[in-house]
Design a binder for this molecule. Sequence first.
Ligand code: ZN
Length: 448
Amino acid sequence: MTEQQSAASVPHDTRLAEEEAVALTSELIRIDTTNTGDPATVVGERVAAEYVAGKLAEVGYETTYVESGGRGRGNVFARLAGADPSRGALLVHGHLDVVPADPAEWSVHPFSGAVQDDYVWGRGAVDMKDMVAMTLATARRFKRDGVVPPRDVIFAFFADEEAGGDYGSQWLVENRPELFEGATEAISEVGGFSITVKDGVRAYLIETAEKGIAWMRLRARGRAGHGSMVHEDNAVTKLTQAVARLGTHRFPLVMTDSVREFLAAVTEMTGMEFDEDDLDGSVAKLGAVARMVGATLRDTANPTMLNAGYKANVIPSVAEAVVDCRVLPGREAAFEREIDELLGPDIEREWVTHLPPVETTFDGALVDAMTASIVAEDPGAKTLPYMLSGGTDAKALQSLGIRCFGFAPLRLPADLDFSALFHGVDERVPVDALKFGTRVLDRFLRDC
Ligand SMILES: [Zn+2]
């Protein structure tokens, strides 16, 4: 069918796209795109990007393949013209790489893409080949059926998200900003999934904010010397004292707008009250979601690496540590002051990676469209804003002035510990959830 139809007149039949989303998730998982973080050992991104480009070209899209800063770091772009090109474009993006998986730990091979027990199994099943597949299936359905979205849609598939995007979104934003021309808003991971709040009522969490990532290297200097002597100026001692001060420090509780709105909405749905004086205790009552929400109540600074010395009886002149810091929106300056006070004047510090927090508001026509598309497929459901404690490609895209949301819709069984599946063993996604998400995306993109 090539005749163009207005969005409203299309009968709502997405069965083919739903089946495709399941098959594409499985096929994408079978393309091993392990991102070790070391550019020399990353595999598969080019193969996956060419696969995606092929699926889009097959139904008539013009695709652009771009390598981002290194050989094989494949990214794909395609555009679908909308009814009103004067409106800003919507960017629908996903990443093609995955974190490593050790087959010995899994019940099925992590790159098998096995479809069994009503799940698609494998590395990337929820992070985020599921959304890539649902996006592809919907993009193909729109092209096949001549569906014209209300505004331009840019489909983008990135390399290197799992290592911070230096060879993916960060590089593209800096070197090829024209590929995002006209984009004002974006959807991608990590949001749109359901939690069952009470009596089978589901809430869908839409990501409106992300903590900042600040990986910091600390260095202490002292006098080198013999390990047998009395020695006052020891770099290892100085460094480890500073590291311990940081690691045991509790940063102040901060109620950001997205956390406040999230808790208010949960109260409205369940009657559960959250005591602002005992937020940690209150949030613990949320069950599996507490792990996610709890990490967005305050900044964190977790020491992760130590390096000093080369022989048992030689006091080194330098000792180093790396600390993984995650910072709430609006807290960057206060956070740095607090860190410097804890470290004291003797410790040098520098950023290894420093990506800003992301925050937008939970309102406007696009949010309304997300909610409407969810409720149409799951009557009685609610949508809530929430903050992600980790980071995504939204950090890079935000620098282009794009408003970023996590909206990769999945209706999940009440007893599934979804957040544990991210980078976890036996990562898998319910077949039903993929079909649901494809129907929601179809509705959403007709109404965006
Ligand atoms: Zn991801």
